[in-house]
Design a protein around this ligand. Structure first.
Ligand code: SF4
Length: 386
């Protein structure tokens, strides 16, 4: 019922939102602007490449964090051709610190796919939902956001911010994940068909700056007069939350293995999965009843075919992913025998500690590297020898 009332008021909601946005929107976002820094006119296309890269970065990353990455990326890969031809190593290195590295590899695959599908010299950019959904890692909301942003086409969006705003606007009684068809319909019905780019951007800006997860600023909200959650007196009760679930926990034994030359052993993960293609210090899951040093010795034997002497603990790092919590217990190890082989990875390499920054590592490894470098500074032999 609440949804129906909102839909009946769609023209008034659009106007109120766009008036608010003109004076209060986030207008300085660089990929939303023309090269001369001006806001594009209705219907005027924007650079699809910069919009696509930005939208993928923003899938799991906040705007302020993504901005410097986006600037560096566009400088390094200013065209589809540059991205398609790049070494994967360079692509991952540029992404280092953003997390969910699979996104970077999908962008490169997408660039190659777009170029392969386009006739020579033709515009490679899709203008349909299906065209964008055919690219790896592009869902309906990202596709809608790119189409409306880059080409001002009337496609709805439903990212996290928009779900929250719409759930509050209608006081949706169930968690958004259980209401997706209804929320999509609502987003489509509210969308301004004449000004889709401005409307979608305004909706995202409202969610990011006014209808925020905590302490929403209902006093300055252009939709306050139509908002069912506000009228009920408890906007914070929406969106209705799922019952919390305990994340599974796993301890990982990690070996920082050094040889007599003072080099450190790292391996490159296989290309599958969340962290595919990244480098890491070798190790693996602790088995029930196993001590961590035994885990490390076993994993290095099984995955690299080497024997090591497990030494003192270097650091313990806790890291939470969306689906599990990991504890990395890291020990310094001394290589004893066996030529390292990539039995469970793409490749293994001995590198000098000061070279570690040249390789893309998952976020959890940054603290391990820092701890290793700090430890080496305290060793009487200096940076290199074991
Ligand atoms: S009135 Fe408050 S809860 Fe409702 S949409 Fe606006 S900011 Fe969100």
């Amino acid at each position: 019922m609440a949804r129906l009332v909102v839909v009946e008021n769609a023209p008034a909601l659009r106007d109120a939102l766009l008036i608010w946005w003109r004076g209060n929107g986030r207008h300085a976002i660089p990929w939303k602007l023309r090269p001369d820094g001006e806001r594009p006119a209705d219907g005027e296309p924007l650079c699809a490449l910069s919009t696509w890269i930005a939208e993928v970065m923003l899938q799991q990353t906040q705007l302020q964090v993504a901005l410097p990455y986006w600037r560096r990326w566009m400088e390094r890969f200013p065209s589809l051709e540059a991205l398609a031809a790049a070494e994967e190593h360079d692509v991952l290195l540029l992404w280092q610190g953003l997390g969910y590295y699979v996104r970077a590899r999908r962008l490169q695959r997408g660039a190659r796919q777009l170029l392969a599908a386009a006739a020579p010299g033709a515009d490679p950019w899709p203008r349909t939902l299906e065209g964008w959904l055919a690219l790896p890692g592009i869902g309906r909301s990202t596709a809608g956001s790119i189409l409306s942003s880059a080409f001002d086409l009337p496609f709805a969006i439903l990212d996290g911010n928009v779900k929250r705003v719409l759930a509050r606007l209608t006081a949706s009684p169930r968690p958004p994940a259980r209401e997706l068809p209804g929320l999509w319909r609502l987003s489509e019905q509210l969308l301004d068909p004449q000004r889709p780019r401005a409307f979608n951007q305004a909706l995202m800006d409202l969610g990011a700056t006014v209808c925020t997860p905590r302490n929403s600023s209902c006093g300055v909200c252009p939709w306050q007069g139509h908002c069912v959650a506000y009228a009920a007196g408890d906007p914070a009760a929406y969106p209705v939350k799922e019952a919390p679930r305990e994340l599974p926990f796993q301890a990982i034994g990690v070996g920082v293995v050094r040889n007599a030359a003072g080099e450190v052993l790292i391996d490159q993960r296989l290309n599958e999965g969340l962290l595919g293609g990244l480098w890491e210090f070798p190790g693996g899951k602790q088995e029930p009843g196993e001590e961590i040093p035994a885990t490390i010795a076993r994993e290095l034997r099984e995955e690299l075919a080497i024997a090591v002497e497990v030494g003192e603990e270097l650091i313990t790092v806790d890291h939470a992913y969306s689906h599990k919590k990991l504890r990395f217990v890291v020990h310094l190890c001394t290589w004893r025998s066996g030529e390292p082989q990539p039995l469970a990875s793409q490749q293994v390499r001995w590198v000098r500690p000061e070279q570690l920054g040249d390789f893309p590592f998952p976020a959890a490894n940054a603290r391990i590297i820092a701890a290793l470098l700090a430890h080496l500074q305290t060793e009487p032999q200096g940076l290199t020898r074991v």
